[in-house]
Design a protein around this ligand. Structure first.
Ligand SMILES: Cc1ncc(COP(=O)(O)OP(=O)(O)O)c(N)n1
Ligand SMILES: Cc1ncsc1CCOP(=O)(O)O
Ligand SMILES: [Mg+2]
Length: 515
C-alpha cells in the first residue's frame, strides 16, 4: 500500500520518522532525522546528497546542542509534505512527490538544514534548477506537428482558423491558472491540483502537436473579439466561488472551441481535447460538492453508527443521549429493517438530529435518505456508486464512501464523495473484515487527504490515542458507544479528546500558518 502521491522512498522516510518519534520533538532533530533517513535510503535524495559529498558525520552536526522548543510531530510532518508536494507539482511533470522534494522542502523550511547543506552547495536555488523537469512538449520536433494547410481546409481560411485556435488556447490556459490558484491557495488540495496539472500538461502537449507554434503569427490581440473584461458580466465577481465558476465556464467553452475547430486539423487530437473537457467537468463537479459539503462537515468530529440490534439500550436512548454529549453525525445502519419501518424511524431520528444541529446519514440507501430528509448517505465499495446515488439523493446531499486503501480514496474523491470512511483500523465488534487497513492507512490518509475523513473500525477510548497520533482528527464508532453501559460517558470522553486535539491544532496553526 502506498501514499496517494508519494514515491515509496518518500513514504519510507516519513514512516521511519513517525515510528521513532514521540508525539512532540525538537524541530531541528526531526529535520536531522529526515536527512539521515534520506541518506540511508536508495532514493533520489540519497544520490543528491552523495554527489554533493554530504556524509553521515556532517549530518549529525545538524542538531544544535542548545535545548529547543518541542513541536507536534504530526503537524511538522504535514507541513513538510505540503511544501514537498508544492515543489513536486511545480517542478516535475508527473507531480509525484519524491525524496528529492522532501529534501528541498527541508531546506526551504529549516534554517539549520539550509545552512548545513549550503556548505555543500546544496541550496534551494541549486536544487530547484536541478529538479526542474523540462516540459515534455519541448521535445516534440517541428516535423511531428500537424500543419495547417489552406489547400486541405477547403474554404476555411487558415489564418482565421489559426486565430480562433490561438485565442481559445490562451483563454483555456488562463482559466486553468485561475482554477489551479483556487485549489492551491484556498482548498489546499494536492490531489485536485495534480489532476489539474495533468490536464494542463496533456492539453499543452496536444496543442503542440496541433501546430500551436504556427498560430502565433496570426494573433491580433487588439482585433480579437471579446477581450477579457469587455463585458460587465466578465468584470463583476462577488466571491471566490464566482471567480472559480466563471473560470470553469471559460475553460470549458475554450476547450469546446478547440475541439470543434481542431477537427479541421486532426480528428484524433480533437478527441484528446474532448477528453480534457470531460476531465474538467469531473473536476468542476468534485470541486463544487467538496466546497459546499466540506463546510457542513468541517466541525463534525464524532460520528456514531447505530444498529438497533447492537445497542445495549433502545436506539432512542442511545441517540438522544449521545447527541447531548457531542455526537455530530448519526448514521442509521439497519440492514434488515422493512422500508416502512426504516422510514418512520428515520424521520424520528431526523427530528432529534435537527434539534441537536447534527447530521443524519443513512447507510447504503439513498432512496431512504431522500425519503426521510436525511443529510446524506454512506456507501461501501460494493454499494451503489456515487454518481447513481447522487441522482437519487439530489445535488446537495452528502455522500460518504468507505475506503480501505489510498487507491480507493483517490477513486472516491474523483467520483465526488464528500467524506471518506478510513478503515478498518482495528478488529470490529460490528462487522468482520478479511483484513485490516490498520494505522498505516490512517497515517497515509492524514498526510494525503484534505477531504473530511473519519477513521473507523474498533475504535474505543482505550485506543483513541493511537488513532489520533496516526493523524485522525475525526472518528466513527459504533460498538464502543452503543454497547457501553454508559453511552453518555463514553461519548463525552471521545468527543472531549477530539475537541482538545482540534483546539491544540488550531493553536499550532496560528503559531505556524501554512505558506
Ligand atoms: C462512516 C462509515 N465508514 C464505513 C462504513 C462501512 O460501509 P460498508 O463498507 O458499506 O459496510 P456496511 O456498513 O454497509 O456494512 C460505514 N457504514 N460508515
Ligand atoms: C461498518 C464498519 N465499516 C468499517 S468498520 C465498521 C464498524 C464500525 O463499528 P465499530 O466501531 O463497532 O467497530
Ligand atoms: Mg454498505
Amino acid at each position: 500500500m502506498s501514499f496517494l502521491h508519494l514515491t515509496a522512498g518518500a513514504e519510507r522516510a516519513l514512516i521511519r520518522i513517525r515510528q521513532n518519534a514521540s508525539e512532540e520533538s525538537a524541530e531541528t532533530t526531526l529535520f536531522a532525522q529526515l536527512l539521515l533517513g534520506l541518506l540511508e535510503d536508495e532514493g533520489h535524495a540519497a544520490e543528491i546528497l552523495r554527489v554533493a559529498a554530504v556524509g553521515e558525520a556532517a549530518l549529525q552536526t545538524a542538531v544544535p546542542a542548545a535545548a529547543q522548543p518541542l513541536v507536534p510531530v504530526l503537524e511538522w510532518q504535514r507541513n513538510l509534505v505540503r511544501r514537498a508536494d508544492q515543489f513536486a507539482i511545480e517542478l516535475s511533470t508527473d507531480g509525484i512527490t519524491g525524496t528529492e522534494h522532501l529534501l528541498l522542502a527541508a531546506i526551504d523550511l529549516d534554517p539549520y538544514t539550509a545552512e548545513l547543506l549550503g556548505r555543500f552547495q546544496l541550496t534551494k536555488t541549486f536544487l530547484i534548477a536541478e529538479l526542474s523537469e523540462a516540459p515534455e512538449e519541448l521535445h516534440v520536433s517541428d516535423a511531428e506537428f500537424v500543419q495547417i494547410r489552406p489547400a486541405e481546409q477547403g474554404q476555411i481560411e487558415a489564418a482565421a482558423l489559426a486565430r480562433i485556435l490561438d485565442a481559445s488556447a490562451n483563454r483555456c490556459r488562463e482559466g486553468l491558472r485561475v482554477i489551479e490558484d483556487y485549489v492551491r491557495f484556498h482548498l489546499d488540495d494536492a490531489l485536485l491540483q495534480r489532476e489539474l496539472k495533468q490536464i494542463r500538461h496533456t492539453l499543452t502537449q496536444t496543442l503542440r502537436y496541433m501546430g500551436q507554434s504556427q498560430w502565433i503569427p496570426s494573433r491580433d490581440s487588439l482585433r480579437d473579439v471579446g477581450p477579457l473584461g469587455a463585458l460587465a458580466s466578465e468584470r463583476a465577481r462577488e466571491s471566490l466561488m464566482d471567480v472559480l465558476r466563471a473560470s470553469f465556464k471559460r475553460v470549458e467553452e475554450a476547450l469546446r472551441s478547440l475541439e470543434e475547430y481542431g477537427k479541421l486539423i486532426d480528428a484524433e487530437l480533437a478527441v484528446r481535447i474532448s477528453e480534457c473537457r470531460y476531465r474538467i467537468y469531473t473536476v468542476e463537479k468534485a470541486l463544487e460538492t467538496v466546497v459546499h459539503n466540506r463546510q457542513r462537515l468541517e466541525q463534525c468530529r464524532l460520528y456514531l453508527l447505530v444498529t438497533a440490534a447492537n445497542c445495549r439500550y433502545t436506539p432512542e436512548i442511545v441517540i438522544r443521549n449521545t447527541l447531548e454529549k457531542g455526537v455530530d453525525v448519526v448514521q442509521i445502519r439497519e440492514k434488515d429493517m422493512p422500508d416502512r419501518e426504516l422510514i418512520a424511524y428515520g424521520r424520528k431520528v431526523r427530528e432529534w438530529t435537527t434539534a441537536a444541529r447534527a447530521l443524519l446519514i443513512i447507510n447504503d440507501r439513498p432512496d431512504i435518505a431522500a425519503a426521510v430528509g436525511a443529510d446524506g448517505v454512506h456507501l461501501g465499495q460494493d454499494d451503489m456508486d456515487v454518481a447513481s446515488a447522487r441522482r437519487v439523493l439530489g445535488g446537495s446531499g452528502i455522500i460518504g464512501v468507505s475506503t480501505h486503501s489510498p487507491e480507493q480514496a483517490r477513486t472516491a474523491l474523483f467520483d465526488g464523495a464528500d467524506y471518506l470512511g478510513v478503515g478498518p483500523v482495528f478488529v470490529s465488534q460490528t462487522k468482520e473484515f478479511p483484513e485490516l487497513a490498520g494505522l498505516d492507512y490512517v497515517q497515509q490518509a492524514a498526510v494525503s487527504l484534505t477531504i473530511p475523513w473519519f477513521a473507523i473500525g474498533g475504535i474505543t477510548p482505550d485506543n483513541l490515542r493511537e488513532v489520533q497520533f496516526a493523524g485522525a482528527t475525526r472518528v466513527a464508532v459504533s460498538s464502543s458507544i452503543c454497547q457501553a453501559p454508559d453511552p453518555r460517558g463514553v461519548t463525552a470522553e471521545i468527543a472531549g479528546r477530539l475537541r482538545s486535539a482540534a483546539e491544540a491544532a488550531a493553536m499550532a496553526a496560528t503559531r505556524n500558518p501554512p505558506q
